[in-house]
Design a protein around this ligand. Sequence first.
Ligand code: FES
Length: 176
Amino acid sequence: MTELERRTFLLYVAGSAFAVLTTGNVLAATLQGKKEEQKPAGKPKDPKGGKELKPGLQDDGSFVLDPANPPKFEKRLETKKQEPNGHFLEFGKDTIIVSQSPDKKAWFAVSAICTHKGCGVVYKPDDRCFQCPCHGSKFAESGKVTKGQAKTDLTSYTATEVKSGTKTFVKISPNK
Ligand code: FES
């Protein structure tokens, strides 16, 4: 091999090595980019607060209910074994019932303790009212008495449906 042939050969080898390294870097950068594209989107967030909602009592005094997984209710309420059509909850000093309208467009939360003699009221979706099974008092979805014995309205609360990620919760707050 002449000196000229030797130099030409060395230049060829160096050029090939550079080409391999460059191609490798481009390939690595492409794969890295793909990896970053595939990263998970992160935890679901509350669209309003930017924070994921967790069921239970909140810092602002409201209560977030997961209707698909309500907390266990231990208290004994006299309902004459009628279907409550809602969820009984302890909320502050009150015991409340949270129910959804039959068309699924609205939620209602009122005190579950009848203002006549303290039985537990149940929701009647067909009549769209709360009713006391003990002596027949009826209350509108707003808690207002529509039929005695009871003379005083049930305390009502604001119940709003909230989405957090893929879940649907009901946020209950005292009325202002
Ligand atoms: S306790 Fe409810 S109507 Fe009497």
